[in-house]
Design a protein around this ligand. Structure first.
Ligand SMILES: [Zn+2]
Length: 260
C-alpha cells in the first residue's frame, strides 16, 4: 500500500471520533432508558464534548472522521449536522449501536440500512466502523453489497490493508480513549493518567513516523471532551505537527489516496 503521502508529508494521521451518545447504552440494554446518570454522561458528549472537539479541530484547521450511529443522528440532528457543515467526514456506526456478533443476519442488515436512512439527510457515509469493533463476515458482505469504500474495525495490521475484498483502515484498543479514560461503576475499570495516555499516543506516532505509515487515533466525545482531556487532543495535534510534516486526513481521504 502506498506511503508517498500528498505534499511530501512524512506520514498520515486520522483523528476519529465515535459519537455513540445515549445510543451506545440503549443499544446495549433498553433498561438504560431508566439510568439517567449513565445517559446524562453520554449526552454530555454531544452537548459539551462535541462542540469543544469541533472548536479545537477548527483552530488547527484539521479535518476528522466522525462515526455516528443512525439513532444518534435522529436524537441530535443539529449537533451532527454541524460536524458535516464544518467539512468533516461522517461515517456509519450502526443504527442502535448493536454489536454485529450478538445479532442475526436480518438484524445486521437492519442496522446497516436504518443507519444509512437516518444519516442520509445529513451525509452519505462511504465508510463504516462496527459498534465495539465487532465485525462479522455477514456485516462485511453487507458493506460490500451497499457499496461502502472501507471499514475501520479490524486490527490485522497497523497500516491500510484489504480484508476479503474491502479496504480496512485498522484500529487498536491501545490508541482508543475509552479503555484508558472511561469509567463505569461496578465494572472494575481504572483511569489511566491523562499524561500516560498522551505518551502512548506519541510513542505510536514516533513508530508510525519511522515507517511512514498511516495512523488512526480513536476517541469518544464524552471521554476526550471533558475539559482537562481536551488539552490532550490539543497537545497531540501540536506536538506531532512540530515534530514532522504530517498529513491530517479523514478516513475517506486516506481510502481514496491509498487506492488511487
Ligand atoms: Zn461506538
Amino acid at each position: 500500500m502506498r506511503t508517498d503521502w500528498p505534499n511530501s508529508a512524512r506520514m498520515a494521521i486520522s483523528l476519529t471520533f465515535d459519537v455513540d451518545a445515549e445510543t451506545g447504552w440503549l443499544g446495549e440494554d433498553p433498561a438504560y432508558a431508566h439510568r439517567l446518570s449513565t445517559l446524562s454522561e453520554a449526552r454530555y458528549g454531544v452537548t459539551r464534548g462535541l462542540p469543544r472537539i469541533l472548536d479545537t479541530l477548527s483552530r488547527h484547521d484539521v479535518k476528522a472522521t466522525f462515526y455516528v450511529p443512525g439513532h444518534t443522528a435522529e436524537l441530535h440532528p443539529d449537533a451532527i449536522r454541524r460536524i458535516a457543515d464544518e467539512g468533516h467526514e461522517i461515517g456509519h456506526h450502526g443504527h442502535m449501536h448493536l454489536r454485529s456478533d450478538a445479532i442475526g443476519e436480518a438484524a445486521q442488515r437492519e442496522e446497516i440500512e436504518r443507519g444509512l436512512e437516518a444519516l442520509q439527510p445529513i451525509a452519505t457515509p462511504i465508510g463504516y466502523r462496527s459498534p465495539s469493533w465487532e465485525l462479522t463476515p455477514t456485516t462485511l458482505q453487507l458493506l460490500k453489497d451497499h457499496g461502502f469504500a472501507y471499514d475501520s474495525s479490524l486490527m490485522g495490521d497497523d497500516r491500510p490493508y484489504f480484508h476479503d475484498g474491502l479496504l480496512e483502515l485498522p484500529v487498536h484498543w491501545s490508541l482508543d480513549d475509552w479503555p484508558h479514560l472511561h469509567w463505569k461503576p461496578g465494572r472494575g475499570d481504572a483511569f489511566t493518567a491523562p499524561e500516560a495516555f498522551l505518551d502512548t499516543w506519541l510513542k505510536e506516532f514516533e513508530s508510525a513516523l519511522e515507517e511512514r505509515r498511516h495512523l488512526t487515533y480513536t476517541m469518544h466525545p464524552e471521554v476526550i471532551g471533558r475539559g482537562h482531556r481536551m488539552a490532550l487532543l490539543d497537545r497531540l495535534i501540536r506536538e506531532v505537527s512540530e515534530r514532522a510534516d504530517v498529513w491530517f486526513a479523514t478516513h475517506a481521504d486516506v481510502a481514496a489516496f491509498v487506492t488511487s
